[in-house]
Design a protein around this ligand. Structure first.
Ligand SMILES: [Zn+2]
Length: 71
């Protein structure tokens, strides 16, 4: 995968620590990568919870509709 330098937009060499065109530091710190992975996991978990909550809400609404019809 060829990535572009975020500063000068020139293609960068894979695994390069600095851009060959503008000489800026283009490495992504390990801590940031770990944080990103953690955020991706949290996002997946959150959307799972959201889907579950929606299903519960839908079930509650269905139950409420039934009880309203009865009274
Ligand atoms: Zn550059």
């Amino acid at each position: 995968m060829i990535a572009a330098c975020p500063f000068c937009a020139q293609p960068t060499v894979p695994q390069a620590l600095v851009c060959s065109s503008c000489s800026r530091d283009i490495t992504i710190p390990e801590t940031l990568l770990a944080e990103r992975d953690d955020l991706i996991r949290k996002r997946a978990l959150a959307s799972e919870e959201l889907a579950q909550a929606k299903a519960e809400l839908e079930a509650l609404r269905r139950r409420q509709r039934i009880s309203l019809r009865r009274s």
